[in-house]
Write a protein that binds this ligand. Structure first.
Ligand SMILES: [Zn+2]
Length: 470
């Protein structure tokens, strides 16, 4: 029998299908899980052991919705800073969005530029989505064959010129190709019609741009529900898996339930910020809370939790979308001019856990939402998002009881402005493993307060993930 490289064990291990965290001993060989043994088993001599003790040992988190902006807009974010934030947050795999970099990933050539920009910078494993934009149907197959996991499109202006939005007509040109490839289509589901209507209704009113309510009113729930109805219709018609990104409007629940009932191929994500914040609590001028679609009211937030609990929403992704602080217009507090986007890679686990445990959800459910199901969307279900023999040995070890207050200066993302600043959260990451190697460790004091001496692996060991490479 070949030698084991590492044993990671603990008393609270999250294994697939188990109702509760259980003691287990995970054997690692060549970066993959080679066996799962009883924790009480005698340890083979000479094998390094990491003992998680009473901390939770969970699969590494998979975040399929991340904007890194490199190449072309590295002053916004970059592979180095974003993947350090990921490692510190227990995220071991992320799938990067095709826009906000220059070039955008809307052609095979753009994809090559993206891959070249990753060299030597990845602290975690990173895969890529391609983009569907008007007129690029002929580029979809070359991008797919080069290794993207699927495609993303916008139904409203995306905010950047390199990534124009598509109309139904554009999508009808792309869908037959996506069906042939078997590629999922991720949809930013807001339609321009209801937004224009809201703009018309607001014109002439003196609604201050510094009020959050002004921004909220400009992006009505109907923009989401009408777009989702269209996307689900196209999914049925062309037999393409549609994934609705960052659902905010709980009004979509009946549409999703109906699509479930009639067998439409689709999935839905929401984001930590829609599950955390509510419009009522957002101060005037606090543009760090701006994102699109917007965070809605308290009642909507609780309905999103219920939809997640019922399985109508499949999982949670961050939509990590940073920009330089001046683009957030914090000085003027102008919600209409500010860039929309929230960067939360490092805080996803504690943000979700803090509210999930208050609502009675278990760590197992959180692992489904953050690990198992996001991996499946990218076709990575046999490699990532679960602790099982043959899967990559990606783990996050964390303390669900540990509390901390969010200090922006402790975030590894390039720019620190965050709506989570000052919030008390539960869930402290103690160590992150990528393919059997410890890439991050944070000493935890007896008070469970994280201390400053954070440690990264000396060199970034993340891989580029390509579709079909395993
Ligand atoms: Zn996004």
């Amino acid at each position: 029998m070949e030698a084991i490289d590492l044993i990671v064990r603990g008393r609270k291990v999250i294994l697939p299908g188990a109702p509760d965290a259980a003691p287990a001993s995970i054997h690692v060989q060549h970066g993959r899980v080679s066996a799962i043994a009883a924790a009480s088993q005698d340890l083979p001599a000479g094998v390094p052991v990491f003992d998680a003790g009473d901390l939770v040992l969970m699969p590494g988190i998979v975040d399929p919705h991340v904007h890194i902006n490199e190449p072309g807009r590295v002053d916004w974010e970059g592979f180095s800073t974003a993947t350090r934030a990921a490692a510190a947050g227990g995220v071991t795999t992320l799938v990067e969005m095709p826009l906000n970099s220059i070039p955008a990933t809307t052609s095979a050539e753009g994809f090559r530029a993206k891959l070249a920009a990753t060299a030597g910078k990845l602290n975690v494993d990173v895969g890529f989505w391609g983009g569907v934009v008007p007129g690029n149907t002929a580029e979809l197959r070359p991008m797919w064959e080069a290794g993207v996991f699927g495609f993303k499109c916008f139904l409203v202006p995306s905010g950047v010129a390199e990534f124009p939005h598509v109309t139904e007509k554009d999508l009808r040109a792309a869908m037959p190709v996506l069906a042939e490839l078997g590629a999922p289509l991720l949809v930013h589901a807001e339609l321009p019609g209801p937004i224009e209507k809201a703009e018309k209704a607001a014109s002439g009113s003196k609604a201050a741009a510094t009020r959050y309510a002004t921004w909220l009113a400009s992006r009505p729930a109907e923009a989401e529900t009408e777009a989702i109805a269209l996307a689900l219709q196209l999914a049925r018609e062309f037999n393409v898996h549609i994934h609705i990104v960052h659902l905010s409007a709980a009004e979509a629940a009946p549409l999703l339930a109906a699509a479930w009932a009639n067998g439409t191929k689709f999935s839905v994500e929401t984001c930590p910020h829609y599950l955390t914040f509510a419009a009522e609590g957002i101060p005037d001028g606090a543009t760090e809370f701006k994102c699109a679609p917007p965070m809605r009211d308290k009642d909507n937030r609780e309905k999103l939790w219920a939809a997640l609990g019922d399985g109508l929403i499949d999982f949670i992704a961050t939509d990590h979308s940073p920009c330089p602080p001046e683009m957030k217009c914090r000085e003027t507090g102008d919600f209409l001019k500010a860039w929309g986007g929230i960067a939360s890679l490092q805080l996803e686990l504690p943000a979700v856990w803090t509210l999930a445990q208050q609502r009675g959800y278990s760590v197992q459910r959180v692992a489904e939402w953050l690990c198992l199901r996001p991996a499946r969307l990218a076709g990575l279900g046999k490699q990532k998002g679960t602790i099982a023999v043959g899967c990559d040995a990606d783990f996050v070890v964390w303390n669900p009881e540990g509390k901390f207050r969010v200090q922006p200066s402790e975030l590894y993302q390039r720019h620190k402005l965050t709506p989570y600043a000052g919030m008390e959260m539960r869930g402290v990451v103690a160590a992150t493993f990528l393919r059997g190697r410890k890439i991050f460790e944070r000493p935890v004091t007896s008070q469970d307060t994280p201390v400053a001496a954070n440690e990264f692996a000396t060199a970034p060991i993340g891989h580029v993930l390509k579709r079909g490479s395993r």
